[in-house]
Design a protein around this ligand. Structure first.
Ligand code: IPE
Ligand code: IPE
Ligand code: MG
Length: 264
C-alpha cells in the first residue's frame, strides 16, 4: 500500500503516516544503510557516474524523512568509506563538493525538523570547507530531539576499532584504567555509536553481499536485508518491503525464544 499523506496542522508540515502493513510496535529503533549502486544506476541510463550520486542524495533525503515520520530513532548511512579514496580523483572531488553543497542546503531544514545530525569517521582528512560545514551542522542540531541521523564519511569499521583500542590503551598507560576491567560495554563506549547502540536492521542495496568495512562491531546481531535495487531507485515502496521483511524475522540473539529488539 502506498503511504498516505496526512497534514499535521500544528506544524504545518506534511507527515507520511505509517502504512497499514507495518506494525508500529515493531519498527526498528536503529537502521543502518549501505547506499550502494549509484554508479551502476547512472551507467544504466547512459549518464556519468556522478549523476548517480546526485540522484542518491534525493533518495537519502526521502529515506530520512520517512524513517523520521515512522518512528525510527536512528538512521546511520554509509556515505564514503576509508577505501573510497582509491576512486579516481575526479569522482572523489565530486563527492566532497556534493556533500558540501547538500549539507549547506539542508542544515536549516534539518534543524527545524528536529533532526540531530552526527558524522562518524576520520573527519581530519576531509576538505576544510566540508569540515567547517560538518561542525556547523553538528552544532546547530545538537539539542534536537528527533531522529539521530549519522553520516559515515571517511568511515572504516576497522579504523574505528583501532581508534577505540588506542584510546583504551592510552588510558591504561596513564594509569586511569585497569586493562582487566575492559569489557564489551567499555569497548562499545569508545565507538562512534556509544550513544545510540547497534543497528537492528542493515539494508544494502545494489545486489552486493558484503559488509565493505561498515560497522564491524555494531552489526554483530543486526538483521540483514539485501536487495538488488540500486540506491537511487530505493523509494518508499522498497523501504516498506525492507521493513515488512524485518518485521517477519524472529530475533533470538543466540537463545531459543524471540527477544525484543534493543531500545535506545
Ligand atoms: C555508492 O555507489 C556510493 C559511494 C560509494 C560513494 P557506488 O558509487 O559505489 O555505485 P556502484 O557500486 O559503482 O554502482
Ligand atoms: C560501500 O560501497 C561504501 C559506501 C556505500 C559509501 P562500495 O561501492 O565502496 O563497496 P565495494 O567496493 O563494492 O565493496
Ligand atoms: Mg559500489
Amino acid at each position: 500500500m502506498v503511504p498516505s499523506k496526512a497534514v499535521d496542522s500544528n506544524l504545518n508540515n506534511s507527515i507520511t503516516s505509517l502504512p497499514n502493513e507495518l506494525d508500529p510496535l515493531r519498527i526498528p529503533t536503529h537502521i543502518a544503510v549501505i547506499m550502494d549502486g549509484n554508479g551502476r544506476w547512472a551507467k544504466s541510463k547512459g549518464l556519468p557516474r556522478t549523476m548517480g550520486h546526485t540522484a542518491g542524495v534525493d533518495t537519502l533525503k526521502e529515506t530520512l524523512r520517512l524513517c523520521s515520520d515512522w518512528g525510527v530513532k536512528a538512521l546511520t548511512v554509509y556515505a564514503f568509506s576509508t577505501e573510497n579514496w582509491s576512486r579516481p580523483a575526479e569522482e572523489v572531488n565530486f563527492l566532497m563538493t556534493l556533500f558540501e553543497r547538500v549539507l549547506k542546503r539542508e542544515i536549516m531544514s534539518m534543524k527545524s525538523q528536529g533532526v540531530k545530525i552526527t558524522f562518524f569517521g576520520d573527519l581530519e582528512r576531509l576538505p576544510e570547507r566540508l569540515r567547517e560545514l560538518i561542525a556547523e551542522a553538528t552544532k546547530e542540531t545538537l539539542s534536537n530531539k528527533g531522529i539521530n541521523f549519522n553520516v559515515c564519511t571517511n568511515y572504516g569499521g576497522r579504523r574505528e576499532l583501532v581508534l577505540a583500542a588506542r584510546k583504551l590503551a592510552e588510558k591504561s598507560v596513564k594509569g586511569d584504567l585497569d586493562p582487566s576491567s575492559i569489557d564489551e560495554r567499555m569497548f562499545a563506549s569508545e565507538l562512534y555509536t556509544s550513544e545510540i547502540g547497534d543497528p537492528d536492521l542493515l539494508i544494502r542495496t545494489s545486489g552486493e553481499r558484503r559488509i565493505s568495512n561498515f560497522l564491524l562491531w555494531q552489526l554483530a546481531y543486526s538483521e540483514i536485508y539485501l536487495t538488488d535495487v540500486l540506491w537511487p531507485d530505493f523509494d518508499d515502496h522498497e523501504l516498506i518491503k525492507a521493513l515488512a521483511d524485518y518485521q517477519s524475522r524472529l530475533r533470538r540473539f543466540g537463545g531459543l525464544e524471540p527477544t525484543q529488539s534493543q531500545q535506545l
